[in-house]
Design a protein around this ligand. Structure first.
Ligand SMILES: [Zn+2]
Ligand SMILES: [Zn+2]
Length: 399
């Protein structure tokens, strides 16, 4: 769980208030809380307002996830100009500062994750700070010189949005819904729902990734940072809830990496690639992912066995020693698999380097089969470990 480390910061004077950020983040929810009930008192939300609301919710959400996050902050794929433009407009609708500021800060978050002095929204500084406190004052950890974003500084679309950010925010968030509202005959309904209510919702759902997704959920791939996989948050954030995976493999265009994990952003990016609108989608190889998962299971099993052995009485010792022995054997087998995998990767590398030869296709096929066998073996290690872990739980219960 997160520890609040404000203690070390409490002696320093509080940084000055970030007025533009604070006003937007405090006034918009207050306005929504007052205006929505007042409006509902005397009006129904028209069907047109609902439809524009849903479209704007999707547009904003995907502008942030597929655009700000996976395209610009992490460069997990490339997109044609029209896709970039649509994502830029969606992201601007989100009112989360410019692509340049957001992506640069986010790269710092990944580089210094959890560091209370350098991660702009370190979850170690508590829920409130990581959710939105960090935007209310000009904290030194949130300052950016864009040194980590030379690619974005050279991107004309990104710089256009950065230079005209305020007019673009007003155009997208006020003029656009007002115009659409006028066209469908419900200016105030569309402004309220697709403008204000949508903005407040999309703000807090995104902020949950910095706060809740670093507090609640599982850690199947790594426990070296606070990021968690949380399917509930994935539902609210177009797939961004698989944050533990994302923090270990940030260059993958998928966050929910298993085919069944709810990640509409990855489906959108993949779908667009089928019609040539996105390309160069980056994926971490399945074996690498599986390795991280199995290694994490070993780590967990080892910790479990150590605590169980030290805290159980004499009669349990025998059972625990047996489990420990089996675990050791499994670990040795796992290391062998890893070594063979390493050799195989070297072979594959040499094969790729070698000039075209007749036998290359045969060799390539053989390698594919061998890689597949390694994958199956890794999978089996994972499954046997699950069983061993259940064994430990059983011994603990009986004890
Ligand atoms: Zn994070
Ligand atoms: Zn990220």
């Amino acid at each position: 769980m997160t520890q609040i480390s404000e203690v070390t910061h409490s002696k320093e004077p509080r940084p000055p208030i970030n007025w533009p950020g604070a006003l937007v983040l405090l006034i918009t929810p207050l306005a929504a809380l007052i205006l929505l009930p007042l409006y509902l008192w005397s009006h129904d939300i028209s069907m047109a307002a609902w439809i524009v609301f849903v479209i704007f919710v999707m547009w904003t959400g995907l502008g942030i996830t597929a655009g700000y996050h996976r395209l610009w902050a992490h460069r997990t794929y490339q997109a044609t100009w029209i896709v970039q433009f649509m994502l830029m407009i969606g992201g601007t609708l989100g009112v989360q500062n410019s692509i340049l500021f957001w992506a640069s800060g986010h790269r710092t978050h990944h580089q210094h994750v959890d560091d209370v002095d350098h991660d702009p929204y370190s979850a170690k500084r508590g829920f409130w700070y990581s959710h939105m406190g960090w935007m209310l004052r000009n904290y030194p950890s949130g300052e950016s010189n864009y040194k980590n974003a030379p690619d974005l500084l050279n991107d004309p679309l990104v710089m256009f949005q950065h230079n005209y950010y305020i007019p673009l925010v007003l155009l997208t968030n006020i003029a656009m819904p007002a115009l659409i509202g006028w066209a469908v005959g419900d200016i105030w309904g569309v402004l309220l729902m697709a403008g204000l209510v949508r903005l407040v919702m999309s703000h807090h759902f995104t902020f949950f990734i910095n706060s809740l997704a670093h507090m609640f959920g599982t850690q199947p791939y790594t426990d070296e940072n606070t990021a968690r996989d949380n399917p509930w948050l994935a539902f609210l954030t177009w797939g961004e809830g698989y944050h533990n995976y994302h923090h270990i493999f940030q260059y993958d265009y998928r966050n929910g990496v298993k085919w069944w994990q709810f990640d509409p952003t990855k489906w959108l990016i993949l779908g667009l690639s089928q019609v040539g609108l996105t390309y160069n989608l980056k994926r971490i190889p399945t074996l690498t992912i599986l390795h991280a998962e199995v290694a994490m299971k070993f780590k967990r099993a080892e910790a479990n066995i150590s605590t169980a052995v030290s805290s159980y009485g004499h009669d349990m010792q025998h059972d625990m020693e047996l489990i420990r022995h089996r675990f050791k054997q499994e670990y040795e087998a796992f290391s062998t698999t890893l070594n063979e995998w390493k050799l195989l990767k070297e072979q594959a590398f040499l094969l790729k380097k070698a000039e075209v030869s007749q036998k290359i296709q045969d060799a390539d096929l053989r390698l594919k089969v061998d890689f597949h066998l390694i994958e199956q073996r890794l999978q089996a290690h994972g499954e046997r470990l699950e069983i061993a872990l259940r064994g430990i739980q059983f011994v603990k219960k009986v004890g």
